[in-house]
Design a protein around this ligand. Sequence first.
Ligand code: GDP
Length: 138
Amino acid sequence: MTNRTFTMIKPDAVEDGHIGAILNDINAAGFRIVAMKYTKLSAEQAGKFYEVHQERPFYGELVSFMSSGPIVAAILEKDHAVEDFRKLIGATNPANAEDGTIRKKFARSIGENAVHGSDSNENAAIEGSFFFSALEQF
Ligand code: GDP
């Protein structure tokens, strides 16, 4: 049942100094790091990554935020990776996220919410390959 998910530590959490604490929570929850990089998206790349949201009212804000500073992108592996990672990060809006979740602990707001987590196995594969070639996955 081992499968993979894709995550980003978003610009707010990087700027607030939470990279180490978030990676620690990810490791403590039993995820294995398959691939990882510290990088920065251009507005064009962020627009492409989030193009499924292009009709949503917050799309412009999301693209501008996600290209505002560096991020950490990673592919993670674990049994039930997608589902378990969504539980670990908590609700989109940190005000509604459960205690102990990454977004509850580290997010600033519904938009600047510290981490991304894929919502399906299919999207995990698409998103992972957006950032990493096969040679960069271990
Ligand atoms: P997720 O799957 O929990 O990340 O949430 P969604 O797929 O619904 O939204 C994608 C991302 O868009 C979220 O993680 C937020 O960064 C951003 N977002 C969602 N809702 C809002 C909103 O109401 N306002 C703003 N500014 N950003 C939002």
